[in-house]
Design a protein around this ligand. Sequence first.
Ligand code: ATP
Ligand code: MG
Length: 331
Amino acid sequence: MDEMLAVDARGVSKSFGPVPAVVDVTLRVAPGEVYGVLGPNGAGKTTMLRMLFGLIRPDAGSIRLFGRSWDEHGVRTLDGVAGFIESPRFYPYLTGRQNLRGLARLDGGARPGLIEEVLEVVDLADRADRRVGGWSYGMRQRLGVAASLLREPRLLVLDEPANGLDPAGIRDMRALVRRLADGGLTVLLSSHHMDEVEEICDHVTIMSHGRVGFHGSIADLRAMAPDPGHLLRTDDDERALALADDLARERPGLEVSRHDAGLRIVGPEGVATELVAALVRGGVGLRELTPTRTPLEALFFMLTDGASETAPTDDADPALVGARPDGGPRR
Ligand SMILES: Nc1ncnc2c1ncn2[C@@H]1O[C@H](COP(=O)(O)OP(=O)(O)OP(=O)(O)O)[C@@H](O)[C@H]1O
Ligand SMILES: [Mg+2]
């Protein structure tokens, strides 16, 4: 059955001079899946995807796409595969429709009606006669997806499709990927946002420094997630700490410590609510209770060694990571 995997990459490594960009990565994507490759900047995501596309050769390991390999099948390895690496580029002085027509022609032509269909899918049909130079970044990213769909692929590979988009653009891109997946397309995308991968992917490989830190289903990942953290501000931290200590004696796993101008709470779900109730009963005034990150964000941070330059929140204190070396399971 392995022959049928959309992506079957095994033990793939690639170095650039002394820099090991991808180290012994195995990635297996089944048809119909939405698969995420997640990792902070420099994790090796783009390098991995470039090797799938045959843009660079691995130093070691094997890559098969729908059973085909570069060594045996050459460019036919990309039959049924489309996508883009980093940002798609277009002629700015041509309209969206003209860009797609040109690309279709270069690729041997598109069947009648296909350009209109793909414009419809990416929700650009009504703007396709405007010059791309005046388009938003989000629209250009979606045109990149449209250009990929012209190949009528079975596997779509997208390198950080939502990177650099504003919240509306991110929402539209996620909805588009979900729509495509619901239509039966296999999607492999990279991302450095845990929430994106959690929202749209079935399976994920988390990379850090070129290596795989985790691979499995989103459900497996959730089961591993550590306890969420909260930041608490009160009008009497001394008393709050004493009350938290009392509660911690009954509730193992609860940890409260001083942090910046407040207190950090880490503990099983629901424990923050219990602590708040205890504080209110104890007459402590509550000023703020803020989740510092979701359990999955905390896990991402733990698995990637805090390596991200774009940490999920600005409250990126490795102490939280260190606080739960076992990583759960809690949920
Ligand atoms: N052509 C290259 N020459 C030299 N080093 C490279 C090259 N391409 C990538 N690297 C290095 O390989 C490592 C992985 O880079 P890569 O671009 O694959 O990471 P990434 O996960 O895509 O990061 P980002 O989130 O920033 O896009 C980095 O250390 C990078 O500097
Ligand atoms: Mg990249």
